[in-house]
Design a protein around this ligand. Structure first.
Ligand SMILES: C[S@@+](CC[C@H](N)C(=O)[O-])C[C@H]1O[C@@H](n2cnc3c(N)ncnc32)[C@H](O)[C@@H]1O
Length: 273
């Protein structure tokens, strides 16, 4: 079996390690809509004709958009950052620049700084303080990897699949779901305490609202739906009529040294033609 395609960014909750288990349960459709796209591990490891990629994190979407439309600019600027700044003082100087008001900064510089931070910060985490400032400390990597190959693959895929890349809350993304689309949702996991991809978290009430919105879309428009979550969400999805598959997922960057596989669920509603 071929190795999964890696992504430009390191991302907590990346689906790279479970693609083999997830793939058979993904919707069959022309276009895949992903309201919680993160690093786009699913896009980079599937072959839908089209993609709608969305996420609430504006730094992430700014980078993905720049990679899709002005990749050479990002590669040039980010290469400069990677070549000279693998030490704490340059890291904190560039982090301060990234956290300064964005109004005067070009999209390419913002995107390049985010890529540099992602590959040089502690564990590739993406955390913000209450003021929305990126606050992950320096990562002390010997030789941070510049993801040239992953950028090229993303850029090709975004172009060939005419990907729409949008900075939206999940409710707004779901309002764009068309009749023939499939939907894959990978929200921050329920009960994980691992909810701070951006300044606002994802509460149990958010999980309930998401599950029932997905059920409504399936009832009204017939779209096939697949959701990843922790076992804590099993009852919520089972009660709404989703079929639940349980899998063992290798741990990722949130693991704190614990290498035992974690249980996850994949909840599925088949499409109605
Ligand atoms: C588990 S990660 C997705 C990982 C992705 N499947 C991958 O393989 O990289 C969850 C994502 O949900 C996003 N997110 C959190 N709250 C959100 C919201 N209210 N609306 C849309 N996206 C949200 C986060 O920014 C994060 O990228």
């Amino acid at each position: 079996m071929a190795k999964p395609n890696k992504t430009t960014l390191k991302w907590a909750g990346s689906k790279i390690r479970i693609m083999k288990q997830l793939r058979p349960h993904l919707p069959k459709a022309k276009r895949l809509v992903e309201p919680f796209a993160g690093s786009c591990a699913v896009m980079m490891n599937t072959n839908y004709e089209q993609y709608l990629i969305a996420d609430v994190n504006s730094d992430l979407i700014n980078l993905l958009d720049a990679l899709a439309f002005v990749p050479d600019g990002v590669i040039f600027e980010a290469t400069g950052f990677f070549n000279q700044n693998n030490n704490p003082s340059d890291y904190y100087r560039l982090r301060n620049e990234f956290n300064s008001p964005k109004s005067g900064m070009s999209q390419v510089r913002q995107a390049s700084l985010f890529l540099y931070l992602n590959r040089h910060c502690y564990n590739g985490l993406c955390r913000y303080n209450k003021q929305g400032k990126f606050n992950v400390p320096f990562g002390k990597y010997k030789n941070p990897y510049f993801p040239q190959k992953e950028i090229d693959s993303f850029c090709d895929k975004a172009y060939l699949s005419k990907a729409s890349i949008l900075n939206l809350e999940w409710q707004d993304t779901l309002s764009l779901v068309d009749f023939n689309d499939g939907v894959y949702c990978d929200p921050p996991y329920m009960g994980s305490g691992f909810t701070q991809y951006h300044t606002s978290g994802f509460s149990d009430a958010d999980h309930e609202a998401l599950a029932s919105a997905l059920k409504d879309i399936n009832d009204i428009q017939g779209n096939p739906i697949t959701v990843s979550n922790s076992p804590e969400a099993k009852e919520l999805y089972a009660d709404l009529g989703f079929t639940i598959h349980e899998i063992d997922a290798p741990r990722t960057i949130s693991a704190k040294g614990n290498r035992k596989p974690a249980k996850e669920i994949i909840a599925v509603l088949e499409g109605v033609k």
